[in-house]
Design a protein around this ligand. Structure first.
Ligand SMILES: NC(=O)c1ccc[n+]([C@@H]2O[C@H](COP(=O)([O-])OP(=O)(O)OC[C@H]3O[C@@H](n4cnc5c(N)ncnc54)[C@H](O)[C@@H]3O)[C@@H](O)[C@H]2O)c1
Length: 425
């Protein structure tokens, strides 16, 4: 029997990424309802997944006005809508697949974790990187002891100048107040990866960063409000909208157009936030940030996020007491160096692009059918801890690099939420 699921938010992640799993593996997953305010997206999802009209809702709240009629809910709405939907779903007895970040509020993260434990429901946070062939193979090599004990991890997140402009200057994640700080919205994946590979609690961290470039004072003279308003810089500005959406960023145009033809993109982009001059947006999230971390056993890690890179990729260097790993996620390859034999081995992995999502969804469906409380709780605890690292990094950055103890920040938010220890509510 497949897991019966309801999709809340048929946007890019929900409809274009996760739902495809149900088409590929109908024996694992079936969608029986959708909630989506955009009529076109709702109708197209209902058509593709054979959802009857009475189970195609315009708002997630309508789903919970009915008695529970499925096993699980996929929450793929925007960051600030996660909390209410997750709490209601858990109370109603649904298992939940929840997009990251859990919530932009640390107290809400703790409350959602507590609710999952209280109601004994599976709550999987979409930390898809953990499931990708690149990172899961590195994890196996570390856990096997091939490089000895991990002493240091250096992870670089190259956001990519054009992706930065799309998501964090013009788009949905441009404002910390309306979505999340970028260290949570984008880099909670990376802090989670460092924590997961280290397999140690993070003790303390410091962070620096700022919005360096995407602001009015850097606007070239005469730049217009929108690129298509006849801006004199459109030919030589690397951030001009059509350069990206008619090229490698075409799929991201799904955020403002369901039709990805040149004609439709040209027609629509100027009427949406995605056509704005990058120096004239209402953005405030930083475009570069560094985080330095110390772990319980004394190991250290450093993380660097930069918008100013030609591509979107992650590179990593992991130093162990007996060997080292260096790799680049975009190239899908890493090298393992063994100090004693002075040998190195290059390992190439294969990822068609959606491998991580598919493995994560198969695991979620399996857990719903055959619950493994210990595994699910450990995974959730790690997800919440890496969120706490993101909140700590942001607090440190806002206080000019002040060191933040992770246990203090976690206890503070557990106290605020009334859940002093995990599982106490
Ligand atoms: N795990 C990852 O790697 C990853 C990557 C990108 C984004 N995300 C996260 O996924 C989430 C969704 O991002 P996206 O890019 O799909 O955004 P999106 O804007 O494309 O999708 C969100 C959808 O929610 C719908 N919605 C709004 N109000 C609603 C309501 N009341 N009821 C039901 N649906 C409602 C919107 O109409 C939209 O279709 C965000 O939290 C984002 O941070 C995660």
């Amino acid at each position: 029997m497949s897991v019966k699921a309801i999709l809340l938010g048929a946007g890019v992640r929900g409809a274009e990424v996760y739902a495809k799993h149900a088409l590929q593996y109908p024996e694992e997953l079936q969608f029986v309802a959708v909630a989506e305010p955009d009529g076109e997206r709702r109708a197209s999802f209902a058509r593709e997944y054979n959802i009857p009209g009475e189970h195609a809702y315009a708002d997630w709240k309508e789903v919970f006005q009915q008695p529970r009629f499925a096993d699980a809910v996929f929450i793929c709405t925007q960051d600030r809508m996660h909390y209410d939907a997750a709490m209601t779903a858990l109370e109603k007895g649904y298992h939940v697949l929840l997009e990251k970040p859990i919530s932009p509020s640390p107290i809400e993260c703790v409350e959602i974790e507590e609710a999952a434990l209280r109601h004994r429901r599976i709550l999987t946070i979409c930390y898809v990187l953990r499931y990708t062939p690149f990172w899961s193979t590195i994890k196996q090599i570390i856990d096997r002891g091939d490089i000895g004990k991990v002493v240091n991890i250096q992870l670089n997140e190259n956001v990519g100048f054009a992706h930065m402009a799309h998501s964090y200057v013009r788009g949905n994640w441009r404002s910390a107040e309306h979505s999340s700080p970028i260290i949570l919205a984008k880099s909670c994946h990376d802090l989670d990866m460092i924590l997961w590979l280290m397999a140690q609690d993070c003790k303390r961290l410091t962070s620096f960063g700022s919005l360096f470039h995407f602001k009015k004072e850097n606007m070239p003279e005469g730049a217009t409000e929108h690129c298509t308003d006849g801006c004199p810089h459109v030919e030589d500005c690397c951030y001009s909208d059509l350069r990206y959406y008619l090229g490698e960023g075409r799929r991201r145009a799904l955020h403002f157009s369901t039709d990805l033809s040149d004609e439709s993109i040209r027609e629509t982009v100027g009427h949406t936030p995605y056509g704005r001059c990058v120096y004239r947006c209402d953005n405030d999230v930083v475009d570069h940030q560094v985080v330095n971390m110390e772990f319980e056993n004394g190991a250290t890690a450093s993380f660097t996020l930069s918008a100013f890179t030609h591509d979107s990729s992650r590179s990593v260097q992991i130093s162990g007491t007996r060997g080292e790993i260096r790799g680049n996620m975009q190239q899908q390859s890493f090298t393992v160096f063994d100090f004693a034999s002075n040998r190195s081995q290059e390992i190439k992995v294969h990822d068609g692009g959606s491998e991580g999502c598919s493995i994560m969804l198969s695991e979620f469906c399996h857990l719903v059918k055959y619950p493994n409380d210990l595994y699910a709780q450990a995974s959730l605890r790690g997800s919440v801890q890496s969120h706490m690292m993101s909140f700590a990094a942001e607090e440190s950055r806002l206080h000019h690099g002040k060191p933040i103890e992770i246990s203090e920040i976690t206890q503070r938010y557990r106290r605020f939420s009334g859940c002093e220890a995990v599982g106490s509510c």
